[in-house]
Design a protein around this ligand. Sequence first.
Ligand code: ACO
Length: 380
Amino acid sequence: MVVLTCEYQPGLEGIPAAQSSISYVDGKQGILEYRGIRVEELAQKSTFLETTYLLIWGKLPTREQLKEFETDILYHRRIKYRIRDMMKCFPETGHPMDALQTSAAALGLFYARRALDDPAYIRKAVVRLIAKIPTMVAAFQLMRKGNDAVQPNDNLDYAANFLYMLTEIEPDPLAARIFDVCLILHAEHTINASTFSARVTASTLTDPYAVVASAVGTLAGPLHGGANEEVLRMLEEIGSIRNVRPYVEKCIQNKEKIMGFGHRVYKVKDPRATILQNLAEQLFEKTGYDEYYDIAKELERVVEEKLGHKGIYANVDFYSGLVYRKLGIPMDLFTPVFAIARVAGWLAHWKEQLAVNKIFRPTQVYKGIHHAAYIPMEER
Ligand code: ACO
């Protein structure tokens, strides 16, 4: 018999769903750590691939381990022509997150062997997913414009290569470094909706491609990863600084959410938003002013004034869109770019879940009726 040990909490708010040593958030002080290391320090000193290694294997790699990991990733960045052909059949009007979810799941068709207790299998699956997801995101972008996908460039590192595959231009080193930092900032964030989704799927002992595909589907929603795209639409709609205050007041009056603000855990400004704002400023300094940045800063000021008392501040999605726009990333690719980074966190949770696995099977509070009669069709 199942015994209810706690009250039902909508959204499982405050209910621990896993024991994890991957990342830590202090929502009151605005602290985020990956394996105990502050994200600010990683943003300054690490690379996305080193951070990925840290998240998944629990320790910073030695020079040799990192080299080997980077080389493996480089070697696996290409995707099979059958996957490219499959992607060519996707409708060009489809959302890139749907294209990514489908392509990620399709990898499971090509790499069907499942050996979840074999560390070599785990490593290979990690390498394939980290290496191929950016290639698939970039391929869909070019294909939907009617072009052929660009092959990865072996002379470019992970972040620079993605920007190259997307734009067919080798990026400026500052742009590539800033993009790499964006990936570090989005790589992991405790047990949020998509990570929970990944862990639930992992707990059935299915393959890692299904784990990532289910997490991508969860990340796609506007209350989660989809918010960064919505932020730019909102800035477009606001249009000028003088419209900011009336816009915020209208949202509050109509009980509408202002995108890029609020967080289930952070009750202060998200530390990632602070770093992203700095990166945005560095980028604008090098590549030119962005009119939306002024609107964004004013919006942050007014939202803090009106909603700060409720603990509603800018979250990670607020400034990321401005950075991505400046890097030449189309708006509807913002969430797939988030997914490229978060695959690292999802895979760390996949590995952690496998080590202590018990299939997720929560209970429910039944609110329906009993002993209902089946009414024949003609009497309904
Ligand atoms: N704008 C205006 N009011 C807000 C906002 C917001 N962005 N976020 C929360 N509130 C208000 C709610 O209206 C509510 O007010 P009330 O208590 O007076 O009714 C209160 O704050 C609590 O809000 P909830 O929605 O219950 O908070 P919850 O923890 O469930 O939601 C969430 C967190 C989903 C992120 C929410 O803040 C939101 O929808 N934000 C906008 C979307 C967004 O930016 N999502 C990205 C989050 S970061 C990420 O996923 C990577």
